[in-house]
Design a binder for this molecule. Structure first.
Ligand code: 4NP
Length: 146
C-alpha cells in the first residue's frame, strides 16, 4: 500500500507524519506492506531538509529521522500513491483543482480537524500530538485493507 503525506511546504508536518508513520509500521513489523513518502503543495521549500524544530521534537520522541529533500507533489504521485493524506482540507481542494485525480476518494485528511501549522503557531508539540494520533488511527484503518 502506497501512502503519500502532504502539507504546504514539505518541511514540517508531512515529513513528521512520514517519519512517525514509518516508525509505527516498523514497530508492528509491517514494512513490507507499505511505501511511505511525503510532499508539499508548494515548491517554496524545494530541496530543503526537515525544519530543525520539527527534527528536534521527533528526536525527543524517539522517532528515527531520515534526511529528506522537500518537493512539490506531481501528477505522477497522484496516480502512483494509493492514498494521499493531507494535513489541512484546503490542500485536498488545491490538489483536486490543480491535478487530474481519477479517484478523489484516495485523497483524505489525516484528521477530521486540520493539523495546526507549526510554522505559524510555533507549537511543534501540539502538531506532533495531532499527527501522532492521526497516524495511529490511519494505520489501524489501513491494516484492515492489507
Ligand atoms: P509545512 O510548514 O507545510 O508543515 O511544511 C510550512 C513550511 C513553510 C511555510 C509554511 C508552512 N512557509 O510559508 O514558508
Amino acid at each position: 500500500m502506497k501512502i503519500l503525506f502532504v502539507c504546504l511546504g514539505n518541511i514540517c508536518r508531512s515529513p513528521m507524519a512520514e517519519m512517525i508513520f514509518k516508525e509505527l509500521v516498523r514497530k508492528q513489523e509491517l514494512e513490507k506492506h507499505f511505501t511511505i513518502a511525503s510532499a508539499g503543495i508548494s515548491n517554496e521549500e524545494e530541496g530543503k531538509d526537515i525544519y530543525p524544530p520539527a527534527k528536534k521534537i521527533l528526536l525527543e520522541k524517539g522517532i528515527p529521522i531520515e534526511k529528506i529533500s522537500a518537493r512539490k507533489i506531481t501528477q505522477s504521485d497522484i496516480s502512483y500513491y494509493d492514498y494521499i493524506i493531507v494535513m489541512e482540507s484546503y490542500q485536498k481542494d488545491r490538489i483536486l483543482k490543480s491535478y487530474e485525480v481519477l479517484s478523489s476518494t484516495k485523497i483524505r485528511s489525516l484528521n477530521a480537524k486540520d493539523v495546526a501549522d507549526p510554522w505559524y503557531t510555533g507549537n511543534f508539540y501540539l502538531t506532533y500530538e495531532e499527527i501522532y494520533n492521526g497516524c495511529s488511527n490511519l494505520l489501524e484503518k489501513l491494516k484492515k485493507e492489507l
